[in-house]
Write a protein that binds this ligand. Structure first.
Ligand SMILES: Cc1ncc(COP(=O)(O)O)c(C=O)c1O
Length: 471
């Protein structure tokens, strides 16, 4: 959430200070202030209509190709969500069945991520991957510190190793929790991290190494097996037991279904914890995420708070306290409704649509794709050569058709590469791909000056319509 600032009322234009009556005076006659709590009440239908109208200024979720987060669920899921909106997830004693379902979900996900039979895995739902990452990384820092204290060694210089391909949450974690972020830069021919690069950065103060399944920038995967083998070797040679955490925010609900042989999860012994976003390819609306630990013994007991004032004894490991139950239940709905087979069909379809989009874009001879599309339905692409306009111009032009497509630079040391990225979600069908590619081509033609934007011809010069219509 962007931080919101207090607005200086004396610097506002009159029109910004309040909502003028809309629909003539059908709903309300007095202005409703925008930055001060209104003195009096408004009728429910007026309040509803006012906000509903404002919401039209938002983008259309179905055309939001920027976000990984689910924009569509089935009506039955919505019904379940609506029926349970008034339940606070933290009230486990009051809503015990929600807690039972939560436990089933943690079990299902731990098994999906190949928790070995002999492991007592443990986990929790979170608001999203960011909370899950903060919690998991904090637990690893805690373990590192306990080990160092037992060895009577300094504890003032913890570090965490990550690639420059990480999502912002990892740098946030490092700053919030006072850990040095050792960031491995990217190279043009290496947009992920590997064992060689990790080895150059680690030492006895390394609390954790981060691997990413489905990078935010290009949708690629780090070299998990190589990094795992490195950490096993370091453990044997030097006695440093450095955990590998896998950030599977986006890939956690794709790879198990389409690439069951890709070893990225608890099959690798140094993988001690994993996060995933239920609200990404878990196909649930925002916000639900999951944090799973391989072994309960790896989990510092001091970080678990037992709360008893809601009745019963309740162990919690969360950054927040209250939250809605609905997205946890919606996750359960998807698991029951889709099963392994359903998720597999959807993931395969997403991959096929991603490849189709990539091929169509390459076919225009204007774009080149970045990344491999081996693991993950994200298409990152750049302009083939310097055309006198940029991906930022294209992104802005596409917005006129409603498409929301982010343009950005790749992370250090590849910042000179500017890309556009499309995240393929369930609602992005083949015919939408065709429309999108066509609109991208038109955008390029307009930007290159080959196609002109001109007004409609007007017969009466006093009555010209100034329309931005693409000829
Ligand atoms: C790789 C990766 N990690 C973490 C996150 C943060 O996830 P969330 O939005 O669920 O907090 C994202 C979000 O895009 C991501 O792509």
């Amino acid at each position: 959430m962007a931080l919101a600032k207090k607005v200086r009322l004396d610097q506002l234009k009159e029109s910004q200070k309040g909502h003028a009556s809309t629909y003539s005076t059908r709903y309300f006659k007095e202005k409703i202030p925008t930055y001060i709590l209104p003195e009096s009440s408004a009728p429910a239908n007026a309040a509803y209509q006012l906000i509903k109208d404002e919401m039209n200024l938002d983008g259309t979720p179905a055309l939001n190709l920027a976000s990984f987060v689910t924009t569509w669920m089935e009506p039955e899921a919505r019904q379940l969500i609506e029926e349970n909106l008034h339940k606070n997830f933290i009230d486990h004693d009051e809503y015990p069945q929600t807690e039972v379902i939560h436990e089933r979900l943690v079990n299902m996900i731990a098994r999906l991520f190949n928790s070995p039979d002999e492991c007592n895995s443990i986990g929790t739902s979170t608001v999203g991957s960011s909370e899950a990452i903060m919690l998991a990384a904090l637990a690893h820092k805690w373990n590192w510190r306990k080990r160092r204290e037992a060895e009577k060694k300094p504890i003032n210089k913890p570090n965490i190793i990550m690639g420059a391909d990480v999502q912002v949450v990892w740098e946030k974690y490092a700053r919030y929790f006072d850990v040095e972020a050792r960031i491995i830069p990217m190279e043009k021919d290496r947009l992920t991290i590997n064992a060689h690069e990790v080895e150059r950065h680690l030492d006895e103060n390394t609390t954790c190494v981060v691997g990413i399944l489905g990078t935010t920038f290009t949708g690629q995967a780090d070299d998990f097996e190589g990094i795992n083998d490195l950490l096993v070797r370091i453990k044997n040679e030097k006695g440093w037991d450095i955990p590998l955490h896998i950030d599977a925010a986006s890939g956690g609900f794709i790879s198990p279904f389409i690439e069951p042989d890709l070893k990225w999860d608890f099959r690798l012994p140094q993988v001690k914890s994993i996060n995933t976003s239920g609200h990404k390819y878990g196909l649930v609306y925002p916000g639900v995420g999951w944090m799973i630990f391989r072994e309960d013994v790896d989990f510092p007991k001091e970080l678990i708070f037992n709360v008893n004032y809601l009745g019963g004894e309740m162990p919690t490991y969360t950054l927040n306290f209250s939250k809605g139950s609905t997205m946890v239940l919606a996750q359960y709905y998807n698991f029951i409704r889709l099963g392994f087979e359903g998720y597999k069909d959807i993931a395969s379809n997403l991959m096929a649509n991603a490849r189709y989009l990539r091929d169509q874009l390459i076919g225009t001879e204007r774009f080149e794709s970045i990344g491999s599309l081996d693991h993950f339905p994200v298409v990152a692409f750049k302009l083939k050569d310097n055309k006198g306009y940029s991906v930022y111009d294209i992104s802005e032009k596409l917005r006129e058709n409603g498409w929301i497509v982010p343009a950005y630079t790749l992370p250090p040391n590849t910042q000179d590469i500017d890309v556009l990225r499309v995240v393929i979600k369930e609602n992005f069908s083949r015919d939408m791909v065709d429309s999108f590619v066509k609109d991208s081509e038109v955008a390029c033609e307009v930007l290159s000056g080959k196609k002109k934007i001109r007004p409609f011809p007007a017969t009466d010069s006093h009555n010209k319509i100034h329309s931005h219509h693409v000829a």
